[in-house]
Ligand binder design. Sequence first.
Ligand code: ATP
Ligand code: MG
Length: 187
Amino acid sequence: MGGTFDPIHHGHLVAASEAASTLGLDEVIFVPTGQPWHKKPVSSAEHRYLMTVIATAANPQFTVSRIDIDRPGTTYTIDTLRDLASQYPDADLVFISGADAIAQILAWKEIDKVWSLAEFIAVSRPGHKLELPEAPEGTISVLEVPALSISSTNIRSRAEEGKPIWYLVPDGVVQYIAKHQLYRGGN
Ligand code: ATP
Ligand code: MG
């Protein structure tokens, strides 16, 4: 599951957990993006990586990969999938993505090659209509997940305004954000 994770929130975690259970996945690897091609993260890659580690630490099925944040330059999914495929040569890779992100998929670099590297799961997301891009037969499947109307953008504004973010993100992430004064400007 790729994402900016700026910060990671319960919407991401519920989607990952539901995908793991429904599809019978062995593991969910959270892959924080290095430099996304479509937006500039507010927090450093290291902060986003550590918040993702904190949020997933208690779940034995969840791990976090540094492959995208350690690769220099813009992050492209084709590189993420190729690197994961060489790290896990025997695995069947499944790319978990929300309704909004799946719609952008066609703009990805080397999209023709991306389809052969993984199966794509589009999870439902409140406030986003699920529009599936044109893809080869059987490459994208849709998965209904329990609806959580949470976004990182909303959490960042709440933190900036001094509003509570408890229960929207894991407790450790609330504490990490407070400790490092993230989303308060100047980070
Ligand atoms: P931002 O508001 O900064 O864009 P975000 O909440 O959309 O953050 P991302 O890191 O952009 O989070 O998302 C990573 C992946 O998780 C994307 O595929 C996105 O569609 C999915 N996702 C994010 N929030 C939810 C949610 N509440 N329910 C289901 N999927 C989600
Ligand atoms: Mg987003």
